[in-house]
Design a binder for this molecule. Sequence first.
Ligand code: F6R
Length: 604
Amino acid sequence: MCGIIGHIGTGNALETLLTGLENLEYRGYDSAGIAVQNGSGIAVQKRSGKVDELKNSIGDRHIEGNVGIGHTRWSTHGPPTDENAHPHTDDTADVAVVHNGIIENYADLKSWLRERGHEFTSDTDTEVIPHLIQYYLDAGMANEAAFRRAIDELEGSYAVTAMLDGEHVLYAARQGSPLVVGVEDDEFFLASDVPAFLEYTDTVVYLEDGDVAIVDEDGVEFTDLAGESITREPETVEWDPEQAGKGEYDHFMLKEIYEQPTSLAQAIEGRIDPENGRIALEDFPSGTFEGVGNVQLIACGTSYHAALYGSLALNQAGIRATALLANEYSVTAPPVDDETLVIAVTQSGETADTLNALRQATAAGADTLTVTNVVGSTAAREADDTLFIRAGPEIGVAATKTFSSQAVMLTLLAQRIAADTCGEPPADLTSLLPDLSRMPAQLESMLVTDDAARIADRYRDSQSYFFIGRGLGYPVALEGALKFKEITYEHAEGFASGELKHGPLALVTPNTPVFAVFTGDEDEKTLKNAEEAQTRGAPVIAICPDDHRAVEVADRHIAIPATDSELAGLFANVQLQLVSYHAANQLDRPIDKPRNLAKSVTVE
Ligand code: F6R
């Protein structure tokens, strides 16, 4: 989820590249770089930090040429340092490459290249690509053949753009990460997102998976990886450049909700082996958690709901685990012993409350692990270990895709911890993992339905909104209510469904719709609780698969796909995100920046 820009044209590419990088910066990047054919080789300049820091670092350096590539990075392998910023080059700096995605077999490729004398200067997976291209050039292959051969070796997802010294050509390839060509007379652009070059052209050609594009001053040739010519038709995009950061969406929040098939695919990529029922979390090989006897998960807000989800998954897997509000931890922390693992769950990695709790746990002698979206964040640096959720930048203040990715990663972590401490994975991974690998595609299909929008419209004038769930549905109910109140400013509460009758039922009226989440955890009881509210006049909206018994009982229904009970709540959560979004939109709320809230809360 980084940003790519490339340009071949008549003028100096540098300016177009820097403008393109600035256009991509809305995505919130941590380092940037460019490479330009400078007449006497490829000039590379790169820096950690924002594009402005890259610009300052260029200063008076003479970089001029009409072919170049640029990149803004969102770290997935290695912290945001100058060395890890793209473009990456081979030993001789004859090949420069920018890349989005994850190369799953980079470690194998790296050691294979090392054995053949290649030296690496970064922690990234990307750096193997220019070295591979160089290897095949040295072996006597022509430029285009060397590029194809190197790409053919890559496993994982990628959008790659490469440039070789001495020729005015850009090579591009796509597998699982977006890449688009922009065309305007004799100017050609390559980018991960249209906004990168929208002020220069609105004529675009999207690459599809398996496509290679070869761009020179005369035009673009599209082929498959084997070199067979293919046709890709140009399209005209009708976007206002001002709005372009959000693409076709009115708000970042909606864009990020719709990004979840991609962000989840990226989270699990290379980490699960559904066929053999295995989980492989890169820094946590089998045996890592052998001594763990109990787990404390610390977090705030939405991340706390993900932590609660994780703690329940751990409990169900037979591990003693508790989710704790990080801001309460200093007064309520349970005792820590040498078997305690403390997991900080924080998408930003900068939340002051969570950092304080993490420091307290470290001081008490616990082993610590951070689950976060931000490589190089304080929580990632301070914990003993880190598990990255790879959700990509989240701009909307209301967390959406990061919750889903946190919950999925904690579910996998729970199975890994349980496997180490109990000897074998307690859940049936041959059922969970195939369902997890299907999740991105199922989410994609679910996101084209309009159930959530219709329900938001139907109940738009209600007085209060209740959300109930049991087991793994409980954190989803809490999160549904938090999202709703946060962006609509309407009153919303989440409850464990069994709690409704212990007090909240007194508030129930025909004006309090009750959203009931069914995950397969004692659904009959949840249905009974929902009926108790219904008997008092409240409309019940069941969130469950189409063939669920709750559909007959409830007043309305929002459909989710049939799946493993460990995952059902995550589909329900996405539907509830959409309900909140549409309700807030009808009320004309400032959805991406709700009043009084900030994306990262760095004060206690
Ligand atoms: C709500 C939301 C917040 C955050 C909370 C913790 O939509 O985003 O509740 O979840 O402030 O933030 P992180 O995850 O950055 O620690």
